[in-house]
Design a protein around this ligand. Structure first.
Ligand code: NAD
Ligand code: UD1
Length: 337
């Protein structure tokens, strides 16, 4: 029996494959490599010493997905495949709705055909929209504020409806906070195409000399030092959260959302300073205006994941910075040689 990992060549997917294999699962990956490289899977094989069967396919291609289910005994799916850049989703909403919604619907149809009713879905803290209260708890009202966020919210709703219609399903909606860091080996990590949108890859590309300086988006927020506060989570902790969610899904039926965060807030300047301290490398910065849509503070209450899945994040910001840097400095051009 195997676990199908859609989008498994990507940043979180590749780290999750490592942790799933470490936990004794067999994984099979399907990815169209639109935002990744098959080199990441070779590195997963190098880290684990195990072969990772790989299908280069688009999850919207129903025949291709059927073939994977026909050729393998799949017992559960971890569904990462999708587009994830907020700004791009505002410019290209149809592309986002087409990919994220249709790939999920196609996958669910094929899972139903093959009687596979266990799915772990990559949701996001973005489904909480603009919250008025912190920390975020799973029961709080939802309401995304951009097309990317709405795809996550709509997919959550689709999955909740599916469970209402058929209580034989087990669905884990994992709401990630801000994943950063990389595997300790330095062999896999985040490899954004073009100029990074997110803070940590931007910091590490300044450190490695690819970008000149960090632009801090606003220092007049209502936070500890005026810069935006987020709940950064080590990608390996996040990956282990998926192992726990699969363990849970295989034993239960239900449809539950779980926050995967540390519960700790870190400001932009605190993260930049922690990076400089952990690596000894300077990261020059300037203060720019706020980025539209950015809230002051976002952090998780991850009690439910602890109580139900037995999961808590172990790594702190120091390790997140050290591990990001190990990956970045040994792979300045990502997976491209
Ligand atoms: P990523 O882009 O590195 O990984 C996504 C993978 O899916 C890529 O390898 C891409 O090639 C593949 N893919 C996209 N569309 C596909 C399709 N139709 N068929 C097959 N493969 C397809 O992104 P990531 O950071 O690893 O994120 C994984 C998931 O987690 C995404 O769904 C993302 O929205 C979600 N998420 C990410 C973050 C984050 O900060 N990275 C936060 C919250 C949620
Ligand atoms: C972003 C997405 C969110 C997604 C999350 C994880 C937006 C508006 N939101 O969240 O939907 O779930 O990534 O992938 O894109 N910052 C700078 N300079 C930079 C980059 C960021 O100061 O060059 C600041 C931001 O203003 C913010 C913090 O750093 O305060 C974190 O930003 P980022 O890494 O983009 O994550 P989020 O905005 O939390």
């Amino acid at each position: 029996m195997a676990i199908l990992v859609t989008g498994g060549a990507g940043y979180i997917g590749s780290h999750t494959c490592v942790e799933m294999i470490n936990a004794g699962y067999d994984v099979i990956v399907v990815d169209n490599l639109d935002n990744s490289s098959s080199e990441s899977l070779k590195r997963v094989e190098q880290i684990t010493g195990k072969a990772v069967p790989f299908y280069r396919e688009d999850v919207r291609n129903k025949e291709a997905i059927r073939k994977i289910f026909k050729e393998n005994q799949i017992e559960a799916v971890i569904h990462f495949a999708g587009l994830k850049a907020v700004g791009e989703s505002v410019r290209e909403p149809i592309m986002y709705y087409d990919n994220n919604l249709f790939n999920t619907i196609t996958l669910l149809e094929v899972m139903n055909e093959y009687g596979v009713k266990k799915i772990v879905f990559s949701s996001s803290a973005t489904v909480y929209g603009i919250a008025t209260e912190m920390p975020l708890k799973e029961g709080m009202p939802l309401g995304a504020i951009n097309p990317y966020g709405r795809t996550k919210y709509f997919i959550e709703e689709i999955l909740r409806d599916l469970y209402v219609a058929d209580s034989g399903w087990c669905i884990a909606l994992l709401r990630y906070f801000n994943p950063i860091g990389a595997h300790k080996s330095g062999l896999i990590g985040e490899d954004p195409k073009g100029i990074p949108n997110n803070l940590m890859p931007y910091i590490s590309q300044v450190a490695v000399g690819k970008l000149e300086k960090l632009h801090v988006f606003g220092n007049d927020y209502n936070t500890v030092d005026g810069t935006g506060v987020r709940d950064y989570i080590h990608v390996v902790d996040l990956a282990i959260g998926h192992v726990k969610a699969v363990d849970w899904a295989l034993q239960h039926t239900g449809c539950e959302a779980f926050n995967l965060g540390t519960g700790n807030g870190t400001s932009v300047l605190q993260l930049r300073n922690a990076f400089v301290e952990a690596t000894g490398v300077e990261v020059p910065y300037v203060i720019d205006p706020r980025r539209p849509g950015d809230p002051d503070e976002v952090y998780a209450d991850a009690t439910k994941a602890k109580e139900v899945l037995g999961w808590t994040a172990k790594y702190g910001v120091k390790e997140m910075c050290e591990d990001t840097w190990r990956w970045q400095k040994s792979n300045p051009n990502g997976f491209e040689k």
